[in-house]
Write a protein that binds this ligand. Structure first.
Ligand code: SF4
Length: 126
């Protein structure tokens, strides 16, 4: 027959073992979710960096070309060539897809222009 002390020692050992497993599992789960979150952050940062910041309507280049995020707000008196319906999304220079809200444009290197935007360098997409 097992001495009571041995019995308790065995119970303690198995409890400690269980704790170790649980802790290990928790750490694994924690590490797993951290990895997912890190990957998501890295993905969105990478995407943003690749696409660049939005063009600033107030910067000198934008002002001289009459760029507006919203084509309907273009100063028509100053930029008479603007015609209703012309937007970055249907401009030859727009690097996004026609349905993209924002996309690159070589006129504003490293920046994004609005699909609904317009500037006087507009060239109708063929
Ligand atoms: Fe938009 Fe075209 Fe002007 Fe670029 S060149 S800002 S795509 S209208």
């Amino acid at each position: 027959m097992m001495a009571p002390q041995h019995f308790f020692n065995r119970m303690e050992t198995s409890q400690m073992e269980q704790n170790r497993i649980n802790t290990g599992r928790r750490s694994f789960l924690k590490a797993g979710s951290l990895a997912v979150v890190s990957a998501a952050i890295a993905g969105s940062v990478g995407k943003a960096a690749a696409q660049g910041a939005k063009a600033d309507e107030k910067d000198a280049q934008a002002q001289s070309l009459g760029y507006k995020h919203d084509a309907t707000k273009v100063d028509k008196a100053k930029f008479a060539k603007y015609q209703a319906g012309q937007t970055c999304a249907n401009c030859t220079l727009y690097q996004g897809k026609p349905t993209d809200a924002w996309g690159g444009c070589p006129i504003f290197p490293g920046k994004q222009v609005a699909g609904k935007g317009w500037c006087s360098a507009y060239v109708k997409k063929a």
